[in-house]
Design a protein around this ligand. Structure first.
Ligand code: UN1
Length: 508
């Protein structure tokens, strides 16, 4: 198959950066090259920071934190409100840049910016709701309460697949919670990071008197991420990426008793039960497995289909796979854009040959030529597997959906949970016993468990994250904000005596 791809993305990226007010010096003449997966062409060369500069940035952020923590939270919310306004104004440009740099189709590029706007709205409301509890005390004339205080410099390490939304989840909460932010974005998507930071800088300017250095961006490689992870003035690092990365970052943070929010791999499963609405399931599976070219943490990777409906669902699914449009996300109506790079393509091909070696029947998965040697488009792959084994047990960050037949509900639940990762999961059923069981303590072991909805595309209002090798962190909605603050328990004695807790007497 041949798809013509116009080689104009670099020029368009530059025009967007100029419109968003990014200093040209930041993305020209530097030592880190940026590329677009759409054509493989270079889109910029960015100035990187040294380890010393990164440390100095953290020190500045710490100084900013000491001022910002004393600003009343609703006033801090005003900064995030302005950020949301600036994002609304920049949505088309920033969404387009996400498409250019991460290869997302337009609605997903725009959706990513919408996710940033949504979290800003959420955080603004939160800025008036950073509640603590008042707790009954066992002593007369005493009061006990808890107070939530700002924490410090929040380090953010983000991945290419959500190059700006995940940063915004963290930054919006961190800022209303009274913290400063230092961000190390993926080396694969640095231009989007420059653009997002420029949008926040605009809000900071309008806000007026925020301390200098409140939100900073560190363009650099892994060594710069390590500075953030090891720096004693960074009490929390929120890191999104592979489980391998988390295995390094987690213990390093633990060694210095810093907090971690780890959002690592997902090997997300879906179960289609006999009573499922198959039309609905089909659409949800197609988006969950092929959307974003299989490059979401929440992408559907394992599908368990009851044997009584296998022959109704799977042929329709195969048809959808065979006919889905793959191509340049900036032109026309493709639903599946490129993989991020050659490494991703190679990993996909390796997983597919392993699947074949384990008896899998592979449909799709081949490269789609575009005329650009350095762009990696693929047909999404549907792989019918005879058993839950081999590559099925690992996350491969590419559009591969392993399809398995099941007959027993308990056995399929066990298989569903028998992988390292525990991020997202879903069940398609109209039988409330199955639905409730899936959500129960002995059901899905994931941080996200859905009924009649796919595994991906979570709203920001819920806490986002997963268990086991996904890292256990929670970001975004619900009470995820608590991780960005420190809790103090305060007991106040307004009586004239000093009763000790637990009835202890100590009379001197
Ligand atoms: C990720 O893939 O890293 O639930 C984040 C979703 C998006 C976020 C995904 N809201 O698919």
């Amino acid at each position: 198959m041949n798809i013509a791809v116009k080689t104009t993305v670099a020029a368009e990226a530059t025009a967007i950066l100029e419109r968003l007010g990014v200093d040209k010096a930041a993305y020209t003449g530097g030592d880190m090259k940026a590329f677009s997966p759409i054509t493989g062409e270079q889109t910029g060369s960015l100035k990187t920071v040294s380890a010393e500069e990164a440390s100095a940035a953290i020190e500045r952020a710490d100084a900013a934190f000491r001022v910002w923590r004393l600003v009343p939270a609703p006033k801090r919310g005003e900064l995030v409100r302005l950020f949301g306004e600036e994002l609304r104004a920049a949505k088309a440009d920033l969404g387009r840049l996400v498409s250019i740099e991460a290869g997302k189709i337009p609605s997903e590029g725009l959706g990513e910016v919408q996710e940033m706007i949504d979290i800003c709205d959420f955080a603004v409301g939160l800025s008036r709701q950073l509640y603590g509890l008042t707790i009954a005390t066992e002593r007369p004339g005493h009061r006990m309460m808890e107070t939530w205080h700002p924490l410090g410099v929040i380090g953010i390490i983000s991945a290419f697949n959500f190059p700006v939304a995940v940063w915004a989840w963290n930054a919006a909460l961190a800022l209303v919670c009274g913290n400063s932010v230092v961000w190390k974005p993926s080396e694969k998507t640095p231009l989007t990071a420059l653009a997002a930071q420029a949008v926040l800088d605009r809000a900071l300017k309008r806000f007026g008197d925020a301390p200098e250095g409140l939100s900073q961006l560190l363009i650099g490689d892994r060594a710069i991420g390590e500075v953030l992870v090891d720096h004693p003035k960074v009490p929390l690092v929120s890191a999104t990426g592979s489980t391998r990365m988390g295995r390094d970052v987690g213990p390093r943070l633990a060694r210095r008793f810093a907090r971690a929010i780890l959002e690592l791999g997902g090997n997300n499963g879906g179960i289609v039960c006999p009573s499922a609405d198959l039309d609905m399931a089909l659409r949800a599976i197609a988006f969950g497995a092929m959307g974003t070219a299989g490059q979401r943490c929440t992408t559907l990777r394992r599908l368990f289909v009851h044997d009584s409906i296998y022959d109704q669902l799977v042929p329709r699914l195969k048809k959808a796979y065979a006919s889905v449009s793959v191509g340049n996300p900036l032109e026309g109506s493709a639903l599946v854009g490129p993989l991020i790079d050659k490494l991703a393509f190679d990993a996909m091909q390796k997983a597919l040959s392993e699947a074949k070696a384990h008896g899998g029947a592979v449909h799709g998965g081949e490269r789609v030529e575009t005329g650009s040697a350095d762009a990696y488009y693929v047909k999404p792959a549907l792989v019918e597997m005879p058993a839950h084994t081999g590559p099925v047990l690992e996350e491969t960050f590419a559009p591969i959906l392993y399809v398995l037949k099941y007959s027993d509900f308990d056995a399929v639940l066990a298989d569903h949970n028998a992988v390292g990762a525990g991020l997202s999961s879903s069940i398609f059923t109209l039988d409330m016993r199955e639905a409730e069981r899936f959500l129960a303590a002995d059901g899905s072991d994931c941080g996200i468990a859905n009924v009649n909805i796919g595994t991906s595309g979570a709203e920001i209002g819920g806490a986002f994250g997963g268990e086991k090798e996904t890292g256990g962190g929670r970001e975004s909605g619900s009470d995820a904000w608590r991780a960005y603050m420190r809790r103090a328990t305060n007991t106040i004695n307004y009586s004239k005596s000093l009763p000790l807790a637990q009835g202890v007497s100590f009379d001197i």
